[in-house]
Design a protein around this ligand. Sequence first.
Ligand SMILES: [Fe+2]
Length: 198
Amino acid sequence: MNNRIDQTLAEQMTGTTAAEKVATLFDYMERKGQSFYDESVTQLEHACQCANQARLHDASTTQIASALLHDIGHFLLDEHNAESDFLEEDQNHEEVGADYMEPFFVEAVTTPIRLHVPAKRYLCTTDASYYDGLSEASKRSFQVQGGVLSDEERGAFERIPHYQAALQLRRWDDLAKVRGLETPTIDTYREIVQACLK
Ligand SMILES: [Fe+2]
């Protein structure tokens, strides 16, 4: 087990009602999400902007929940932009977040969380204009995360259930870095997230 992963959230979410689980999770995100994700937005703003993209695109309940929670691994690892190694040292925040949320949420939520980093590699491999549109920070982390996919890797990715939801999540993720953008608050998603609990 990675000792840097905060276990307190899981402890507090275990053995509680659905409403309490979501309240605990959102309280955690509000407390931990005040640090900066990149040069433009806090981690909480990034989460809310991503969920708002999903909402604006009439996405399903599980897609909205995974958009809101997709970077929970950064929160749990206490990774943020004030740390010099953030984005350069890869701690697999997507795996950390998906594993951590798996006891609580359905697969349609956790699989896109797990795949949102390889989804960037997939899109960079298959869509030349996609790479050009990435932020500088995102281009840097793409190299850290492994770069272009081989044909085998690409085929394997396409066999994973929910991979298309992960590609969609990735595109919303990239749009969720707008300084000062007003979006609905995390409270907006209470019922949606609750509906995605196991
Ligand atoms: Fe993100």
